[in-house]
Design a protein around this ligand. Structure first.
Ligand SMILES: Cc1cc2nc3c(=O)[nH]c(=O)nc-3n(C[C@H](O)[C@H](O)[C@H](O)COP(=O)(O)O)c2cc1C
Ligand SMILES: CCCCCCC(=O)C(=O)O
Length: 382
């Protein structure tokens, strides 16, 4: 399958394609709903509480409008970015999403291979459906980062980071907004718990330090052990400092929304941050991620990379987030739905469309590079 190089090629390719594959986020979500169980789909789609934040992640994007420039010669577009001294062709990563077997049997293996095809970093979750080593095996030469969920037993956290480093992962993303799971009404309604179903156990059942902490290695003990480990309300800056001492990899904190925490991250020598509200899945009623971004970008002032997620659905969203100060964005739910709808090929199709739509959006905004987006004007409406 050739990768389209502009919107005309994409249109032709789509016209010649056999089966229709959903293009928009809305169509993808609809398709995913038809192939996933109600519990699994509800888990992916939903947000915490009354889903106010899930909604504002989108509606606040719509409050920012691009004021495009014309006659700027956009015949040559460069969408590459550099993070931690490595260059990537596209300004996006795939956000960590746990328990991907809920969407497709091939889960992380399919997604890692799709991302590899475009040189897009895949961020593997701690609660992934395949282990760190299994993902490394299918994507040995391509960029991948590891997302760490802190564990009550610190030695388990340090050991997971060590395994990721050994397996060739290039950064550690420590998620700091999920010290406990948010109040998720949809899952309560559906009586749905993917952790209890065992979809997120791959990294635990293959971790000697974790296994040694259990009374025995039965399935029941493993699941109970994960549940005990994953609830980690005491996580604090000292733990982060300790983690930093234990790994050579850059560490990013995911889930930063307050400028003071962004400042503390810089002061504590953290290598990067991800502005995110976890896709509205943690605390409901909090600031949308896009509203939090400008003040954080301002305080960080380019000292470390600022990544962004929660609400990216289209190329124009990528333009807006970068114009508001992000260095790169992470894609979440769209790739989960694409995985459910078409496995690895589905994720590839999504990425192709997103790459293409982002290029078109950057060009039509009047810029020709990611750096050029910082001077694209946005106006805010209420
Ligand atoms: C089903 C699902 C599982 C997720 N699992 C994780 C996870 O294991 N670790 C993590 O840091 N974030 C996790 N996230 C949050 C994503 O990394 C990301 O912040 C979020 O999906 C962004 O919002 P969006 O999907 O609406 O764009 C998960 C999100 C979803 C939808
Ligand atoms: C307390 C950690 C459970 C992680 C579940 C995966 C996740 O992040 C999610 O949003 O769901």
């Amino acid at each position: 399958m050739a990768v389209p190089v502009n919107s005309k090629d994409a249109l032709l390719q789509n016209m010649n394609a056999g089966d229709y594959f959903p293009i928009s986020y809305e169509e993808l979500e609809e398709r995913a709903q038809t192939v996933m169980s109600a519990g699994a789909f509800g888990y992916v789609r939903s947000g915490a509480g009354g889903e106010e934040t899930l909604r504002s992640n989108r509606t606040d994007f719509q409050k920012h409008s691009i004021v495009p420039r014309v006659l700027t010669d956009v015949s040559s577009i460069n969408t590459s970015i550099t993070l931690f001294e490595k260059q990537y062709d596209h300004p996006f990563l795939l956000a960590p999403v746990g328990m991907l077997k809920l969407a497709h049997e091939d889960a992380d293996l399919a997604v890692a291979q799709a991302a590899a095809r475009y040189g897009i970093p895949f961020v593997q979750s701690t609660v992934s459906s395949y282990s760190i080593e299994e993902v490394a095996e299918v994507s040995s030469l391509s960029p991948k980062w590891f997302q760490l969920y802190w564990s009550n037993n610190r030695s388990v956290s340090f050991h997971m980071a060590e395994r990721a480093e050994k397996a060739g992962f290039e950064a550690i993303v420590l998620t700091v907004d999920t010290v406990m799971l948010g109040w998720r009404e949809e899952d309560l309604r559906n009586r749905f718990s993917p952790l209890k179903l065992g979809y997120g156990k791959a990294n635990y059942e293959s971790d000697q330090v974790f296994l040694q902490s259990l009374p025995d290695e039965s399935e029941e003990s493993i699941i109970q052990g994960i549940l005990n480990n994953i609830h980690h309300p005491s996580l604090n800056w000292e733990d982060v400092a300790e983690l930093k001492k234990r790994t050579k990899l850059p560490i990013l904190l995911k889930g930063i929304l307050h400028p003071k925490d962004a400042k503390l991250a810089v002061e504590n020598g953290i290598d990067g941050i991800i502005v995110s509200n976890h896709g509205g899945r943690q605390l409901d009623g909090i600031i949308s991620a896009i509203s939090a971004l400008p003040a954080i970008a301002e305080i960080v002032n380019k000292q470390i990379p600022v990544l962004f997620d929660s609400g990216i659905r289209r190329g124009a969203d990528v333009v807006k987030a970068i114009a508001l100060g992000a260095d790169a964005v992470c894609i979440g739910r769209p790739f989960v739905y694409a995985l459910a709808a078409g496995g690895q090929k589905g994720v590839e199709k999504l990425l192709e469309n997103l790459i293409q739509e982002t290029k078109v959006s950057i060009s039509l905004a009047g810029a020709s590079s990611i750096a050029g987006l910082s001077s694209v004007k946005l106006v805010q409406t209420t």
